[in-house]
Design a protein around this ligand. Sequence first.
Ligand SMILES: NC(=O)c1ccc[n+]([C@@H]2O[C@H](COP(=O)([O-])OP(=O)(O)OC[C@H]3O[C@@H](n4cnc5c(N)ncnc54)[C@H](OP(=O)(O)O)[C@@H]3O)[C@@H](O)[C@H]2O)c1
Length: 256
Amino acid sequence: MIGFIGAGSIGGAVITGLIKNGFDEDKIVVKGGRSNRTKLLCDQLGFQMVKKVKQLADADVIFIAVGATALDNVLSELKEIVAGKLVVAFTGSASVTHLKQVLGSDAKVAHAIPNTPVKVGAGFTGITYSSDFTDDDKKKVASIMGYTGQLVEVPEDQLGILGTVAGCSPAFLDVFIEALSDAGVKHGLNRQLSYEAAIGMAIGAAKLAKQSELNVSALKDEVTSPGGSTIRGVAALEEYGFRNAVIKAVDAAENE
Ligand SMILES: NC(=O)c1ccc[n+]([C@@H]2O[C@H](COP(=O)([O-])OP(=O)(O)OC[C@H]3O[C@@H](n4cnc5c(N)ncnc54)[C@H](OP(=O)(O)O)[C@@H]3O)[C@@H](O)[C@H]2O)c1
């Protein structure tokens, strides 16, 4: 049995990814917040809902997906039942040190930052475990998160930037896809076809980049014939500061 506290944007995305990709909904118990968001999700997905944190006592892994302001209240309730459980917090401010401090030494804790593609089983989640996590504990968490995509262990000081590169950039890519689609419409494609082409390209190019032995720079070189249209487009991207804009976007996301 696994438990969730909070089923908003990221909690709901992880729960959806789990169930849509084959995790048994009868093995998921969710304690939601005050709104009817969790109930609406429950009606679609069929997991169990509970009203109190202590009703998650049967779960051996508990995921915390509440915002920073609700975190400490949730942790103080969780403390009563936490012995022997693995606790994975998605909350941005939930460092391993803070989780240990509040939950005490009985709790094995982890801090993870998923991205929204977890919802379709194509997520990329960075995770940092407390030092008492055993390899079997890590395997247990990985076997759950595996339903939602990739899980990568990193030192906690890299979790933030990994969360930005993988977690903020779906929105950056959405802006790129929208702009590419606008350009297609400007040059005569209808809107739907232009979106389909831009999205299909993004999925295909990412898959090729993942599966190819070549790095992305070499993949770009392969499609830029001398004097051709693609290298003219690449040069225009350089002229208008595309790379710099992407780096500045990450800088802006990192600097609160
Ligand atoms: N969104 C992302 O892509 C993303 C990615 C990685 C990490 N994070 C981090 O995850 C945290 C949550 O983000 P979010 O975007 O999912 O926020 P969100 O959409 O506001 O979801 C938070 C949920 O927590 C619920 N909640 C609040 N107090 C609760 C309590 N005492 N017991 C149970 N549930 C409670 C709220 O329920 P009600 O609304 O029903 O009251 C709400 O649905 C943040 O710290 C964020 O930085 C987010």
